[in-house]
Design a protein around this ligand. Structure first.
Ligand code: AMP
Ligand code: ZN
Length: 425
């Protein structure tokens, strides 16, 4: 499946798309109503060529049908329920049949295999276990490839390190920000990397940059690979980077991706827009043209690994994470990129946006590397000035830079909180 010629893959998608549209129409009142309003029936959808006839689905539709209104099977067929904790209001719910759980394990196994993880590996799953899909998603995939799987969950970093060493973990799975915390702890505890067997890391669930990848790879002596997913569409493992490290292959036999522009039209490969998925094989909660609001580009250029499935670039940000500062659109990832161009700071940062009078203000707090600490005030001023210039160049904002002592900004076990927007408080 992973190396199937693209025309053949398209035929698989055509058939599966017809099937999922029929299932949605027959079993989900929300979709039947939407399609009736558009004057279409499943018969009008011959295949992927007709995708633009179908309606979009948004997070709000999931909220309006909370909790189980989007399910396409009777509740007796649902064997697992996950939920993504929105910052406000009710969470978004996802329901899985046993077939869905099985396919999820399979796709996550594909993801692990991309990182050369197999039965001789020891996988430390430091994603949170619970309603969040990270922990269990990674777990079932690691078991499926036959690896010895450690369900340690996030947090308690010193204990993570002890077990990593004692159990000989070869692969770490967690958010990139937590991987960074682990890397810092390795340094702080004075652990010699030679005592660890770690060779790869599979990191996702939040945006990160190439610079952050290099930093983590160096500190932990591993290959760090990007994995993507979202609970509504499945959970982790919707797409995964191969060892070529040039974008994440989307498992297109299960998910039909589109990138949608501001006018609501599907964009050609190479153009950035809102990543949108139609699930082709999910039975519990199939989704048609679900707008993720994650901004990225797709490419179908051949990959060195031989897999034919399209690759998505790094997520530039979410359309709803975008900060508008004095009219300029800024993503936290641009600030991260700007910071990492300058020697002497670590990728631990926090962005505070506020308003004074009618003007937006931005403060970027960033931790210095420990070796900077002995330097003089003059050096600090020079460092601040360099960071200021880099942020102005890469993110086009005039930010106040606050240098912080190593280890002083708040840490998390899961997804990092990069922004405090006081304008919204
Ligand atoms: P959740 O619903 O908690 O599973 O969160 C899903 C969201 O996490 C996605 O819509 C993305 O915004 C983000 N996300 C997941 N994986 C990645 C990744 N590898 N890079 C950037 N953002 C990611
Ligand atoms: Zn590849």
């Amino acid at each position: 499946m992973e190396t199937m010629p693209r025309e053949q893959l398209r035929a698989v998608q055509d058939e599966r798309l017809r099937d999922v549209v029929r299932r949605c129409y027959e079993n989900v009142p929300f979709y039947r109503d939407k399609m009736q309003k558009l004057g279409i029936t499943p018969k009008d959808i011959r295949g992927v060529c007709d995708i633009e006839l179908l309606p979009f689905t948004d997070k709000q539709d999931l909220r309006d049908n909370y909790p189980f209104g989007m399910f396409a099977v009777p509740n007796s067929e649902i064997v697992r329920i996950h939920a993504s904790s929105g910052t406000t209001g009710k969470p978004t719910v996802a329901g899985y049949t046993s077939g869905d759980i099985d396919r999820w394990a399979e796709l996550m196994a594909r993801a692990l295999y991309c990182a050369n993880v197999g039965k001789n590996d020891v996988v430390q799953v430091a994603y949170g276990y619970g309603l969040f899909t990270g922990g269990l998603g990674a777990h079932y995939g690691a078991e499926r490839v036959g690896a010895s799987t450690i369900p340690i969950s996030g947090g308690n970093t010193v204990r993570q390190l002890m077990l990593m060493e004692d159990f000989g973990s070869t692969t770490l799975m967690c958010t990139p920000s937590y991987a960074l915390n682990i890397a810092e702890a390795v340094e702080k505890e004075g652990i010699d990397l030679k005592r660890l067997k770690l060779k790869s890391g599979i990191f996702g669930a939040e945006p990160w940059t190439e610079e952050m990848r290099k930093h983590i790879e160096e500190k932990l002596g591993i290959d760090a690979l990007n994995v993507y997913g979202l609970s509504e569409v499945m959970g982790p493992g919707v797409s995964m980077e191969c060892m070529a490290k040039n974008g994440m292959h989307i498992w297109e036999d299960h998910f039909l991706p589109e990138v949608i522009g501001e006018d609501g039209k599907s964009l050609p490969y190479g153009q950035q827009g809102d990543l949108t998925f139609t699930t082709l094989t999910k039975h519990g909660m199939p989704l048609i043209r679900y707008r993720t609001h994650d901004l990225c580009t797709l490419t179908d250029e051949p990959c060195a690994c031989g897999r034919t499935h399209v690759r998505m670039g790094r997520i530039m940000g979410r359309s709803d994470d975008m900060l508008i500062i004095r009219g300029v659109n800024v993503f936290p990832s641009q600030i991260e990129h700007a910071l990492m161009q300058v020697e002497g700071v670590s990728p631990q940062y926090h962005i505070v946006v506020d308003r004074q009078g009618n003007l937006d203000t931005v403060e970027v707090q960033v931790e210095m590397k420990p070796e900077m600490m002995s330097d003089t005030v003059k050096d600090m001023e020079a460092l601040s000035a360099k960071l200021h210039a880099s942020i102005a160049a890469h993110a086009l904002v005039n930010a106040k830079v606050k240098l912080c002592q190593p280890g002083t900004l708040p840490r998390t076990d899961g997804k990092a909180k990069r922004v405090t927007d006081k304008r919204k408080l």
